[in-house]
Design a protein around this ligand. Structure first.
Ligand code: GLP
Length: 260
């Protein structure tokens, strides 16, 4: 069962998760951080900036969850650009140690296998940050994705393309049709999953992921099969959780020796 932490707001969530990441990097300078795009992880990245001021990040590696297929990596909305702008530059990470799946058409046939090999060569992901889409997707694993899936090309749902059109001048025709995403099986191999969600629009997806039946209908429900999951949500995103009172009670009575 995931540990569910209900926080007052995004800033509190950002500080909480950033503090845990810093604690882990200090303990292990060869840390491998799983990065997510979208608006949800931004408070974590923002909170990391002051928190890592005196921390050596030179050996840290990062792996993004996903990328659009066929979009120029220099496009401002490619996930390579987003990760560079929101994570690599503000934190001063070595860009050569930050990886995104390669969405170039010329190499797409083996890009998934290449990415899996790169994650393995790095020793696997220590902590994977996750947002959740309104379809219940994590990464770009849309409903119906196999729980055993590895990094591969997927077709985006119309709903996700509409949701993401806001990054493309509101024009869905500019949103790529295909993506390359870590699979649910890839995500499961990260040692710690931290899923964040804020706002009423995520409440149903959060309830499905945390308490719903484990089903590929809600790809986020794959987190229920993982031994170490932390779900950090605000009150609105927690509003459809049946056991919210129990999560609060468990947190209030959490043994001091347990970390996040
Ligand atoms: C995209 C990303 C997901 C992210 C989702 C939610 O589809 N591929 O990783 O979780 O958007 O985005 P947001 O956090 O902006 O709501």
């Amino acid at each position: 069962m995931a540990e569910v932490v209900i926080v007052a707001d995004k800033d509190e969530a950002g500080r909480l998760v950033a503090a845990e990441i810093v604690r882990q990097i200090v303990a292990n300078p060869d840390y491998v951080l799983g990065l997510a795009t979208g608006s949800t992880p931004l408070p974590v990245y923002e909170a990391l900036v002051p928190a890592v001021a005196d921390v050596d990040l030179s050996r840290v590696q990062g792996f993004a969850l996903d990328e659009y297929v066929g979009l120029d990596p220099a496009h401002p909305e490619s996930y390579r650009s987003v990760i560079t702008r929101e994570v690599v530059e503000p934190l001063g990470l070595n860009p050569d140690r930050i990886h995104t799946p390669n969405g170039a058409l010329e190499t797409i046939a083996h890009a998934g296998e290449d990415y899996e090999a790169a994650i393995e060569a790095a020793g696997g992901v220590d902590l994977q940050i996750l947002g959740i889409g309104s379809t219940g997707h994590i990464g770009f694993n849309e409903p119906g994705s196999s729980f055993a899936s590895r990094t591969r090309v997927k077709t985006l749902t119309e709903r996700t393309r509409v949701d993401n059109a806001r990054f493309f001048d509101g024009d869905i025709s500019q949103v790529p049709m295909h993506c390359i995403t870590q699979g649910l099986g890839t995500i499961q191999r990260a040692r710690h999953l931290v899923l964040l969600a804020f706002g009423e629009s995520k409440a149903e997806a959060v309830a499905g992921a945390v308490e719903g039946p484990v089903s590929s209908e809600c790809p986020g429900s794959a987190i229920q099969l993982h031994p170490h999951v932390t779900v950090v949500v605000d009150e609105a995103a927690a509003s459809r959780l049946k056991h919210a009172d129990y999560y609060r009670y468990a947190l209030a009575n959490k043994p001091a020796w347990q970390g996040l």
